[in-house]
Design a protein around this ligand. Sequence first.
Ligand code: HEC
Ligand code: HEC
Ligand code: HEC
Ligand code: HEC
Ligand code: HEC
Length: 224
Amino acid sequence: MKAPTARQVRIAAAFAILPMFVAAGVILTDPASKAVMSRGPLLAGHENVVCEACHTPSPGTTRQQIQAKVHYAVGLRKTSVDFGYGAVTSKACLECHDRPNERHPIFRFHEPRFQDAVVQIEAKSCLGCHSEHSTHRTFTEATYCQACHEDLVLKVDPLDVNHETLIANLEWQSCLGCHDFHGNHRHEAPVMLEEAFAPSAIRQYLRAGPSPYPLPKIYEATED
Ligand code: HEC
Ligand code: HEC
Ligand code: HEC
Ligand code: HEC
Ligand code: HEC
């Protein structure tokens, strides 16, 4: 058999190492590995929560995942696969934060009457309002109660400035000053508007500033 020319050797070598470049490219440009290298801080309280509590490993071994990614990159496969970890879901959050007496459990928001609200604020998932690796405790606007409580009417309204008036004046930033969303703070809603937390204090709290609630929470999650 004729010895291969130098050119043939170079081409064969290039083909032999090509998959490695593709694999490296796939891994380095994968959002998961990029963010592992430059991910933001964890929420206060999550400092000692392990990554795997929220990020569940994807099916398949790392080798199988790389192979599937390479096949996808070179067109041998129609869909990509999750690399290393799958998308974070509410199920992970509820492992630690499922609490009795939740005022707004997300399963309620599957009801047809919340269809529009769910489009606006993705209330069906914890991640519609909360994020991780960011500086915000929640990134929802303090006025989001409007999405579901626009038609609120109280039979007997104890407030000095009643709910009807607050809503007519679009005072949606006032709600979180008296009510907490999950009902997990030891805090009775006051009846005087001047006793509500100031909207600025609420906005700061949502951006990971200090909590306006003086007492410890009813349920504290644990790290495992
Ligand atoms: C309390 C839950 C939680 C913990 C703990 C956590 N993460 Fe995350 N992480 C998230 C959420 C939520 C996102 C947003 C992306 C999503 O929705 O899947 C995210 C995004 C990421 C991403 C980007 C993935 C993508 O597809 O964009 C990477 C990478 C990541 N986290 C790595 C880590 C590492 C490494 C640790 C441990 C040091 C960690 N995370 C701990 C919840 C968590
Ligand atoms: C392994 C357990 C664990 C998991 C999983 C977990 N958390 Fe937590 N979380 C904690 C602990 C512990 C705290 C601190 C104690 C507390 O506030 O109850 C906390 C606190 C929080 C806080 C309050 C932060 C503050 O500054 O007051 C929010 C918001 C939160 N978690 C949201 C989430 C969301 C959203 C998810 C899912 C992406 C999640 N957690 C997953 C354990 C967990
Ligand atoms: C529609 C928006 C929204 C959704 C959906 C949502 N939250 Fe919240 N969450 C908030 C807001 C606003 C706060 C801050 C006000 C407060 O402390 O009640 C908060 C506060 C928290 C806190 C800190 C205070 C406390 O109650 O201990 C935790 C923990 C938390 N959320 C977990 C979750 C988890 C877990 C889910 C999903 C099961 C979820 N949240 C879904 C809006 C939301
Ligand atoms: C995605 C829809 C949705 C959003 C957004 C929402 N709520 Fe509600 N809220 C509900 C549902 C559902 C109930 C249960 C009562 C019912 O079935 O009408 C409820 C009940 C309440 C109650 C009475 C709870 C009790 O235990 O008696 C208060 C107070 C309340 N919401 C305040 C708020 C405030 C304040 C906001 C904004 C921070 C808000 N809600 C945002 C859907 C929502
Ligand atoms: C000054 C404090 C204060 C403000 C501001 C306030 N509320 Fe209330 N709210 C109360 C009190 C007090 C009650 C009656 C006792 C209770 O349910 O805690 C109540 C009751 C409610 C109820 C329960 C109604 C029922 O039929 O049981 C809902 C829902 C509600 N408020 C939503 C809102 C929304 C949405 C806003 C913003 C527009 C708002 N509240 C603003 C103090 C306040």
